[in-house]
Design a protein. Sequence first.
Length: 173
Amino acid sequence: MKNSITLVLLLAVIGFACKKDQEAPALPSEEQLAIDLQIIDTYIKENNIKDVLKDCRTGDINTPPNCDGDVSFKQHEEGDVDALYINSSDVSFVASYKGRLLDTGVEFDANDSATFTLRRVVLGWEVVLLDSKEGDSLTLYIPSGYGYGYAGSGDNVPRNANLIFDIKILQVN
């Protein structure tokens, strides 16, 4: 009898501890963003990634590197100057992309040809891709709050995950 009571109490404590862990409060967004930006900056430095810019939410991918933007990116190729631009959140575009977790490099999503509008993507895409054009090829380093945030996304993206997206704009409609 004593063993049964001890077992029940032990299971109750374990169940409470697990539930408590699952309901842990999110860090305030400013605090989480500061942590994320430090992690991303360290990743960029440790991997010797050059010519990385930060977007200042201007929609201008030619933002100077000393601005205090939250989403870092590297432009690998620039589309033709006469190419169509993604000039609003409602313009549809076709892109190939690969999404990875910054901390592990594990790929969580990829597509060779998917159609989007900026209203249907994570905020990090919207911030950088507005005013991008057909033919642009970029790598985005996205803090968690500009990605899937505290909620994460299913089993593939944990909460507060910083993301890397390699994106090629194939067509602007």
